[in-house]
Ligand binder design. Structure first.
Ligand code: SAH
Length: 244
């Protein structure tokens, strides 16, 4: 399946949407060209493998690209970033494209998804993107990954208490967890960050501004102050049964 929109129309959509959302720093021609190629490839793969329900270019630009890039301002220059539950590559792919200073690792338990992300990186020539296949709660106990990333980010993976237990063990002391959410339920109130060696979440609420409508988004940030106790993360059944 070919993209319904031409390169120049897509570029114009990105320029307008990124400007509306304070993301004009990511409007360089090379960045927009790679975002176009990424989207074109995603749509052709999506025709045979389910990666995303969002297939309309305008919506992809807003809900996948601008939304992913809205977290970039919280990621320090040169950071190593782990994206837990990267799925079809969000925010992994837009971050690796728009922030060549970062090293981004996309982690997912589904091999089909990490394979797609790795193939996209090869196609786009992104040498700052790696992938990791497995369950976060298991990989976080492996010495080579534990407390070894400057930033652990996740979008739309699990409720906040669960997500925190999956992410914080990967974060170095002095690093941070960045959780991207569309909304936060009352039940997601949690002391999980403090229990796992980090500060309480700092809450950043903003509007993702689209041409037709705007949507509220939340970015929650916890800073890691000391190591996470070796018992965490627990087995998934435990995490789910008794969230922190
Ligand atoms: N971040 C992407 C995908 C969200 S869907 C986006 O915003 O579009 C959630 C993804 O998390 C799925 O691909 C699922 O396979 C993965 N996932 C859920 N729990 C996981 C775990 N414990 N370890 C690794 N991956 C997990």
């Amino acid at each position: 399946m070919k993209m319904i929109m031409q390169n120049d129309e897509f570029i114009q959509l990105c320029e307008k949407c990124f400007a509306d959302n304070g993301l004009e720093a990511f409007c360089e021609p090379k960045t927009l060209d790679l975002l176009y190629k990424m989207t074109e490839n995603m749509l052709s793969v999506n025709a045979v493998t389910n990666l995303t329900a969002i297939t309309e270019p305008r919506e992809i630009v807003l809900k996948h690209l601008a939304d992913s890039l809205s977290a970039a301002r919280y990621i320090p220059e040169g950071a190593s970033v782990l994206d837990v539950g990267c799925g079809g590559g969000f925010p992994t792919l837009p971050l690796a494209i728009a922030r060549p200073d970062l090293t981004v690792t996309g982690l997912d338990s589904t091999a089909k998804k990490t394979r797609y992300v790795a193939e996209s990186a090869a196609l786009l020539g992104l040498d700052n993107l790696k992938t990791l296949t497995g369950r976060a709660e298991e990989l976080a106990h492996e010495p080579q990954y534990r407390e070894s990333f400057d930033v652990c980010i996740a979008r739309a993976v699990a409720s906040l208490p669960i997500l925190t237990e999956l992410c914080l063990p990967f974060v170095k002391k002095g690093g941070k967890m960045v959780a991207m959410k569309a909304k936060l339920d009352e039940s997601e109130q949690t002391r999980a960050p403090q229990m796992l060696g980090a500060t309480a979440f700092e809450r950043h609420e903003f509007e993702l501004i689209g041409e037709q409508q705007s949507e509220t988004r939340l970015i929650l940030i916890a800073e890691k102050q000391k190591p996470t106790a070796a018992a965490y993360p627990r087995a998934y059944a435990q995490i789910k049964k008794k969230p922190l």
